[in-house]
Design a binder for this molecule. Structure first.
Ligand code: ADP
Length: 170
């Protein structure tokens, strides 16, 4: 099983990369973004400022992992939930772009948080199938990626992902 779910704090993950739910200014913030910058140290923000001028919604950029166990952080920008069909496309795009960066940088394992379902207000019941199906589809055609973990912070989020995951045959 290349795709797995866990409950916990993504900053403690030892996968080669961890995903961040970033904002398009790459400015840091609360939630998982704040936790990653706090644990990883100032190096991560320094690299973001040096290399990038923001990141469009639905896409992602990569930096080193600073003091984290993970060697890389992939900063993915999910949509602020609007209730429009475009939301799903942008959310899928954030995961897809992250996985493409893994392939490009020969990263074989990544842990993702539940992008957009915190401050960005995406209902987790809608976001979970988009997140899991996007990753599942990518893994089917990209054998270079060995392991993708979703590391979910709270019970409600974990259960919503578990419900979708339990219907998967992988
Ligand atoms: P967004 O702005 O994309 O909605 P948030 O960081 O507000 O991002 O929330 C995304 C998800 O990350 C939420 O489910 C939140 O509970 C979760 N989260 C917060 N801190 C952590 C953490 N340290 N590890 C994993 N997930 C976290």
């Amino acid at each position: 099983m290349k795709l797995e779910l866990a409950k916990g704090d993504i900053t403690q993950e030892a996968t080669e990369a961890i995903g961040n739910a970033a904002n398009s200014r790459l400015a840091g913030g609360g939630g998982v973004d704040g936790a990653i910058h706090r644990s990883g140290g100032h190096e991560i923000m320094k690299e973001l400022r040096e290399k990038y001028r923001g990141c469009p919604t639905g896409s992602a950029v990569i930096t080193g992992g600073g003091h984290l166990k993970a060697k890389y952080v992939i900063h993915a920008v999910g949509p602020v939930y609007s209730g429009k069909p475009k939301d799903a496309e942008l959310l899928a795009g954030a995961y897809q772009a992250s996985l493409e960066l893994c392939s490009k940088h020969r990263i074989r394992s990544i842990a993702f948080p539940s992008i957009s379902t915190g401050v960005y207000g995406y209902p987790v019941r809608e976001a979970a199938p988009i997140a899991l199906n996007t990753v599942k589809r990518y893994l089917t055609s990209h054998s270079e990626i060995e392991r993708v973990r979703f590391v979910l912070f709270d019970d409600q989020t974990y259960l919503a992902y578990q419900e979708v995951y339990s219907k998967f045959q992988m």
